[in-house]
Design a protein around this ligand. Structure first.
Ligand code: PLP
Length: 284
């Protein structure tokens, strides 16, 4: 079955799904995006993702290209046309096509693209049962990573550096030596005393939707929470570590820079949060 993409009002086979060479997303990374998990054909936490999208657009002086309800129809349609049971849907909105000039172009319609693809549920579950290795890398990103832009070069390089070092993901470390987040996920540890720690959300991390929902699970379970930065040294000595993102949900981390975390197996709390997550997320 050929994949279908939505491009500016049309549902097109992949081969015909194209954006202009002077699209500002392509030229300047002047674009924002969202990724939603799809489970049993339903979008997970769509409302929160669309609200974050609206915020990202607002931060770059753009408005939603259509109503939230209309965008929602597009996303569902892309999921349905690609027959996604378990997978993800991707939505990108750029400032549109214009002669190359950094200043905002006057009255240019945005470019709206949506795609979807299946993910392998069994493979993801197997990975979560095993846990992943991560490495620390310097956080050399710009100061507004709370805006979900497609300007992801540092994230790309960090992820590749992790793979080159035999790990699966990278955790960014800021100039104060504190972990901010992972290359495309939020980072968490459980201290030896049993407190959950994840960095406070400001301009230096993306406020992950999975992070937000996980915080609800943490509160419901009466676990102790500290929203603050933590060092790699603290992470090496943690009882557990994990990361959260829409496509991984709660992914246990069993090694950081080659240091075994806890007993080197996915932690009890990470497993419990992963199991509970979808009872707290919204499925539409
Ligand atoms: N942090 C970064 C840098 C990301 O790219 C992502 C997801 O892509 C996340 C955190 C997790 O966000 P979410 O839980 O909304 O997927």
């Amino acid at each position: 079955m050929s994949r279908i993409a939505y491009v500016n009002g049309r549902y097109l086979p992949f081969a015909d799904a194209k954006v202009h060479v002077e699209d500002r997303g392509y030229q300047f990374a002047d674009a924002v995006y969202e990724v939603c998990e799809v489970r049993a054909g339903r979008l997970i936490d769509e409302r929160r993702h669309l609200e974050r999208l609206k915020r990202s657009l607002g931060e770059m002086s753009m408005t939603m290209p259509m109503s939230q309800a209309a965008l929602s129809v597009v996303l569902r349609e892309v999921v349905a046309r690609n027959r996604i049971g378990y997978g993800l849907v991707y939505l990108q909105i750029s400032r549109g096509v214009a002669r190359r000039d950094p200043a905002f172009p006057p009255q240019t319609p945005p470019t709206v693209v949506a795609t979807a693809r299946p993910l392998n549920l069994a493979r993801n579950e197997a990975l979560a049962q095993k846990g992943i290795a991560v490495v620390g890398v310097p956080d050399n990103r710009w100061g507004r990573v709370d805006i979900k832009t497609v300007g992801l070069l540092p994230n790309v390089l960090a992820r590749q550096a992790a793979l080159d070092r035999g790990a699966r993901d990278a955790w960014f470390v800021d100039k104060e030596g504190k972990v901010t987040e992972a290359a495309s996920a939020n980072a968490w540890i459980v201290t030896p005393a049993g407190a959950l720690v994840t960095r406070h959300a400001d301009h230096a991390i993306l406020r992950g939707i999975t992070r937000t929902v996980t915080l609800d699970v943490v509160k419901a379970q009466g676990l102790t929470l500290q929203e603050r930065g933590f060092t790699l040294a603290e992470a090496y000595a943690a009882r557990e570590a994990f990361e959260t993102s829409a496509t991984q949900i709660v992914m246990p981390v069993i090694s950081i820079d080659g240091h075994r975390i806890g007993d080197g197996k996915p932690g009890r709390i990470a497993i419990a949060l992963r199991r509970e997550f979808h009872h707290f997320a919204e499925a539409t």
